[in-house]
Design a protein around this ligand. Structure first.
Ligand code: GRF
Length: 216
């Protein structure tokens, strides 16, 4: 069994995509042991509650400084004893100590085709505003392992999404979530749970023969 902790900050639609795939029986032998949010009162926590999953808040507002928050966040994650940490719309920088504690065991969903529109300052709607400003015809989403950089770890899965005439950042964000994020994040978890994902020389190798789903 793959035990996962899911870190969230807001709406939790990526968490919901994971929950829905688990309910459909196609996530594999996975157990979400805890959902942790850095914000109180967000819909992601309601989604965890409705799914009967333990959840808690670790908020920077409750600590005197960033260092104390980082230590509390790491302690909360470690107490859930995860095999994998999943950042699902989590908008807090992961402290180096956590990356070191979970090497190639933290994954993140980013709403662009990395290396485009990523790095410091590129999150949420800002990513889609930049894509529209640049005039790209194709954007998408990326699931990657988290390293000590920002959106710089080995890429696991990506999915393209067409930009359409008249797109606003909000419309584009929704399409990228629906057509890409909500598919590739659960898929990455299922592949990792099947033991199909490894990292060699900084690049991800996926052996789909282990996942029972051959490359399309
Ligand atoms: C969205 O901008 C998504 O692209 C990014 O995090 C934000 C909220 O996601 N990954 P969620 O609805 O909280 O999962």
């Amino acid at each position: 069994m793959l035990k996962i902790v899911v870190l969230v900050s807001g709406g939790g639609t990526n968490l919901q995509a994971i929950l829905d795939r688990a309910a459909a029986g196609s996530l594999g032998d996975v157990k979400i042991t805890c959902v942790i949010s850095n914000n109180r009162g967000v819909k992601a926590l309601d989604r965890a509650e409705q799914a009967g999953i333990p959840h808690r808040v670790v908020s920077p507002k409750d600590y005197p400084d960033r260092e104390a928050f980082n230590e509390a966040l790491l302690a909360a994650v470690e107490s859930a004893e995860p095999d994998l940490v999943v950042l699902a719309g989590f908008l807090v920088a992961i402290p180096p100590a956590m990356v070191q504690a979970f090497p190639h065991r933290i994954i993140n969903i980013h709403p662009s085709l990395i290396p485009a529109f990523c790095g410091k300052g590129y999150y949420g709607l800002k990513v889609h505003e930049a894509a529209l400003r640049r005039g790209v015809r194709v954007t998408g989403a990326t699931v990657h392992f988290v390293d000590e950089g920002t959106d710089t770890g080995p890429i696991i899965l990506q999915k393209p999404v067409a930009v359409q005439q008249g797109d606003t950042p909000e419309i584009l964000q929704r399409r990228v979530m629906e057509e890409a994020e909500w598919e590739i994040l659960p898929e990455a978890i299922a592949l990792i749970a099947a033991g199909a994902v490894s990292v060699e020389d900084g690049r991800v190798i996926i052996d789909r023969s282990l996942s029972g789903k051959e490359e399309k």
